[in-house]
Design a protein around this ligand. Sequence first.
Ligand code: ZN
Length: 415
Amino acid sequence: MGADGTFERMWSELEPVGRHPRSGGYRRFAWADADLECRTWFVANAAERDLDVEADGNGNLWAWWGDPEAGNALVTGSHLDSVPDGGAFDGPLGVVSAFAALDVLRARGFTPSRPVAIVAFSDEEGARFGVACGGSRLMTGELDADRGRALTDAEGVTMAEAMAAAGHDPAGVGTDPERLSRLGQFVELHVEQGRVPLTTPDGARVWGLDGYGAPIGLASMIWPHGRWRFDFAGRADHAGTTALGDRDDPMIRYADAVLAARAAAERHTAVATFGKVSVHPNGVNAIPSLVQAWLDARGSDEERVRATVADVSGHTGSRTSPQPAVEESWTPAVRFDDALRDVVATALKPRFGAVPVLPTGAGHDAGILAAAGVPAAMLFVRNPTGVSHSPAESADRADCLSGVEALADVLEALG
Ligand SMILES: [Zn+2]
């Protein structure tokens, strides 16, 4: 069976797993049933290819072509979990393409000179326990083992309890320097998310790979990003009896902040989103006493992100004493390895020409590994609308198959 055949079969095997019948979106949350089904799928596909499969202490799955102990491993893969009502491609495209690329390499008669591994990182989206890239962050030690085990989901179930219920011993959770030291390079293939401005060779300004007319792109960097909590304090009162002039309504100031964030992001060429809000006491006939809202801000460099947040920060606190927003997380920019990207670009050239190089505002396991010193590269497969984290996420099948060929070319050049 050629690459098309194996891709199609794997894709149709995964397609129904965790798909919500009404929304059409995927709900594959770490260690819950759909995720376990995806893990079983991974193990079966590894076994079919005579790859040695193992789960590490953090629950990341590894399928080995060659000796895992030999070191300098060439690793490819992505993740299988999803956000609530996520699309079919974010994550699984990288894992399915990895298996399909291995099939292509074997059909070409290629034998790698060093171990090759396919990985499915655990809990990349953080949809259940609130920390994105949990599996890779635990492995590199960026997320402390005890903190990770104690994270809870919406039902109060800890990560440790969820792992144990799924048959994975949480005692193994934690930093894994030995495994990390055996990784030579990591190449993650991922569906394109959003459409960034690109300049074509003839100087035209276009949006995303679709505008550029390229099925494949290469990552330059992951934008720095952070999360800030805003507490808008006011005075609870009766919605029917309080004159407008007598109100101290924090919802109004929150609304101002939403508009200010949008304007600030435009001013500083960044992006800023209030995507989560908590209203107290949250009664339909009550002026709120407190509105808490969370701002996610990202941009091509730290200065523009900080400037955006600073412009919004004056809106928080109470009417009489504004306060700065509370920084809940900050992730610095990750620049992917230049030397590795050059090798990857050269490997892609015969089939795809000079592929566009683009930044991304989304976090990835490849970024976590890169920050931990593993040379990493990312290939993006064209997503015509850019829509992601949504059932509307899409990629043409022909582009997915181009991605498989691209990944095979890259692995062949590196392996
Ligand atoms: Zn992803």
